[in-house]
Design a protein around this ligand. Sequence first.
Ligand SMILES: [Fe+2]
Ligand SMILES: [Fe+2]
Length: 266
Amino acid sequence: MKFIVLSDLHITLPGERLAGIDPAEWLGAAISRINAAHGDADLVVLAGDLTDRSRSAAYESLLEALGGLRVPWAATLGNHDNRDVFARIFGAERLDANGFAQSAHHLGGEVVLVLDTLEKGPGTGGWGRGTGRLCPLRLDWLRAELDRAAGRPVHVVLHHPALQVSPVHDAYLMEEPEEFLAILDGYPDIRGVTAGHIHMATTTLRRGIPYHTIAGGHATMREEFGPAPYRTRREGPGQMAVILSEADRTVLHFDNYIDRHPELPG
Ligand SMILES: [Fe+2]
Ligand SMILES: [Fe+2]
């Protein structure tokens, strides 16, 4: 089984640049890369921050661009998204029975569970809080889907990381992740938990489960380690996760679809 995670597309109004980057152009590069190199993938998951400011025209241009993707796709939301605007443009069938952008995908004997960590907040201009949350309804959905998975390999995709990876990002993670982590700990075969949000590539191993974050489809953050932690923002790479999984092995490639390093001869 093979699936791909794109994250943090931050799509703007057509032609509008964000920190000097045209997010639509970067999305186009991601779609070209997937069609050319990963046309055999079973699924592409968009892991939130689909748009930068939740504007209808941005969701419309994203939906139109996704028409060029030759692999089936699913989407969830990040703190820059608005669930109501998303549902209006993408269709209410993209939400689960509780109204969250959560979905389960049974692919080649394995299961991909897509979770929605967007939490609305006051004073955020119609999109979410910087932190995320899995409320009891969303956690119940996860429990039910893990029951249904019945021990098969499970992959989880969501926007907000559940684990601290970098002091400068601590204030923006999933709130109260303990129950989420305990649910995963109780399942026999979680192959990985892949998030976006912090615009940085990391892998953490906790109790036998790998938790990844990817740089995603807009500016990349770099941890500048040293005595006083801080981060800098870089132009790229544009990065997706390509996850290849079989009975006894799962590998995640951090596949840079925009990378300014020149190819070397030979
Ligand atoms: Fe983001
Ligand atoms: Fe985010």
